[in-house]
Design a protein around this ligand. Structure first.
Ligand code: CDT
Length: 313
């Protein structure tokens, strides 16, 4: 048995005016709770250090820059790294990254139990739009503030397991899990900021949005025989509600732990990485069963190409 006790550290709302330091204090409080619960690894949400700023249309690049981190760790986040090292707990969290040469990514990092960063992922599927959209009830400007990730979907060896990351909207795309599944992934960690309402369909209920989130993660887990840990930033951020629904999913697609609130909340499960082996060596033994000669479109075609026109009779 290769057991990793995993904590999903859901964060409640972060207001525009909240400082990084105040958020890091909340993250450390969850880390201490996780230590008490025996956790080996704690997963925090997407853009964990700030409000979900892509809802705001900003033209001034200096104003945009305030949401980005130029190094990691930095002065604001070092106390979290120090606390994680002292607790001997590996962590993963998301933040807005500005690289030394000025590129902007929606990024997640993964550490080992000594707080060394051993993995970095940059969000590939950026939802939303890049210009102000008058048709929407609120803005979702990820395509304005970020470039698509340039690192693919790597999988790292950490804590005697094979670990990968993705971020929020990525969780809805089966290609993401399969890219990692093809590297033998046993644990996919992801954070999200998902608005509780659909900016383009006001009558869509929260229940449906939670279902789609669950559906995506449970299917990804089952079809790749991997654990999936999905962690929300939730709650009302300056009048804009984000849904909760953080879950830990086992390699059969069952939800083993689920957040009950939309606030700061820790969910915990003891995850046996060896539980991935059965699915990976039977129904989803990729080496024996995949038929890549029939999958050409997946790697070469982005949008839909319809078959030939209907026959005319
Ligand atoms: N952060 C993020 O990726 N959120 C998206 C909302 C999409 S609506 C434009 C999500 O898929 O949850």
């Amino acid at each position: 048995m290769r057991e990793i006790v995993i904590g999903g550290a859901q964060l409640g709302a972060i207001q525009k005016a909240d400082t990084r330091e105040a958020v890091v204090d909340r993250m450390i409080a969850l880390l201490q709770q996780a230590k008490g619960a025996g956790c080996d690894l704690v997963v925090y949400p997407e853009l964990a250090l700030t409000t979900f700023f892509p809802r705001w249309y900003i033209e001034d690049s200096a104003e945009v820059d305030q949401w980005f981190e130029h190094e990691m760790p930095n002065d604001a986040t070092r106390p979290l790294f120090d606390a994680a090292k002292a607790a001997n707990i590996a962590i993963s969290f998301g933040y807005a990254e500005c690289t030394p040469d000025g590129h902007h990514f929606n990024t997640s990092i993964l550490t080992d139990r000594e707080a060394n960063i051993i993995g970095k992922y940059r969000k590939v599927h950026l939802p939303g739009h890049s210009e102000y959209d008058t048709e929407r009830a609120f803005q979702h400007l990820e395509k304005r503030y970020f470039e698509p990730g340039d690192l693919g979907f790597p999988v790292w060896r950490n804590m005697d397991a094979l670990m990968g990351m993705c971020i929020c909207n990525d969780r809805r795309w089966p290609e993401v899990y399969r890219e990692m599944g093809l590297q033998g992934v046993e644990l996919v960690m992801l954070g999200y900021n998902t608005p509780s309402v659909n900016s383009q369909m006001s009558d869509e209920g929260l229940e449906k949005r939670l279902y789609h989130s669950d559906l995506s993660m449970t299917a990804g887990a089952y079809q790749n025989a991997t654990w999936v840990v999905g962690v929300a930033k939730a709650g009302d951020e300056d009048g804009h509600p984000l849904m909760g629904g953080s879950i830990i999913v086992d390699p059969n697609g069952y939800v083993m732990a689920r957040a009950e609130t939309e606030g700061d909340e820790l969910i915990v499960h003891a995850c046996d990485m060896d539980a991935c082996a059965f699915g990976k060596t039977t129904i989803f033994d990729f080496g024996r069963h995949r038929r890549i000669e029939h999958y050409q479109r997946i790697g070469t075609q982005t949008g839909v190409v319809l078959p030939d026109a209907w026959p005319t009779s």
